[in-house]
Design a binder for this molecule. Structure first.
Ligand code: HEM
Length: 191
């Protein structure tokens, strides 16, 4: 059950960080101070959400069965999570060093930085999703229902199943017999 806390948190972190970065970058470029401030608030909320997200991720990594081939994917996901935290902390320090009001010359580089940070957020989420949907980490319902389907098949009670879990394609080879035609010369010689 412990590993279910992480998926509950990730959505807040991803949503706040992506929406906040886009809104703040757009606000800075278009000189819409309201949008920039709104985005900055979301970025701050998202960065704060990274703390429980990463704590729960570490708990999840230590409490689920991890298939051997998923280890590399987990390490990559975790590395990007730390990079993500560093990227957004750096953004907050960048702005804080100017007391929240960046000089005009730094608005464009900061907006580009935020767009790249949103990309890192999406990629970290994608890596987490692959852990679950490609490697099946933390998922036991799918395996259980497949086993159930198999048992139903053995018991012969397939009526309650809406459809079988797998569609099996069986290759069929059609052979057409053609009566042998006598070949001039050869058949006559044999006769
Ligand atoms: C130390 C950092 C982290 C570790 C060790 C970690 C570990 C994990 C693990 C083990 C899973 C598999 C699902 C589960 O058992 O909960 C997972 C899923 C996931 N993680 Fe992380 N994670 C970390 C940080 C993050 C961060 C910062 C984000 C987002 C920005 C994130 C996004 C995701 C997503 C989207 C999933 C898929 C959730 C689902 O669809 O069920 N993770 N992570």
């Amino acid at each position: 059950m412990l590993h279910l806390i992480h998926p509950a948190w990730v959505h807040f972190a991803v949503a706040f960080l992506v929406a906040g970065s886009l809104a703040e970058a757009w606000g800075m470029l278009a000189r819409r101070e309201g949008a920039a401030r709104f985005g900055a608030t979301l970025v701050l909320l998202g960065t704060t959400c990274l703390v429980p997200t990463m704590v729960s991720g570490t708990l999840a990594a230590n409490s689920v069965d991890m298939p051997g081939e998923a280890m590399a994917a987990l390490n990559r996901h975790e590395t990007f999570a730390w990079v993500l935290l560093a990227v957004y902390l750096a953004a907050l320090f960048w702005k804080a060093s100017y007391r929240g009001r960046l000089p005009a010359a730094q608005r464009l580089p900061f907006a580009i930085y935020l767009l790249l940070a949103a990309g890192v957020t999406a990629y970290t989420g994608l890596l987490g999703g692959r852990l679950v949907y490609t490697h099946g980490v933390g998922v036991d319902a799918g395996a259980a229902s497949l086993l159930e389907h198999r048992l139903e098949g053995v018991a012969g009670d397939l009526r309650i199943l809406p459809k079988p879990p797998h569609r099996v394609r069986v290759p069929v080879l059609a052979v057409r017999h053609v009566d042998a035609q006598p070949v001039a010369g050869v058949d006559q010689d044999l006769a």
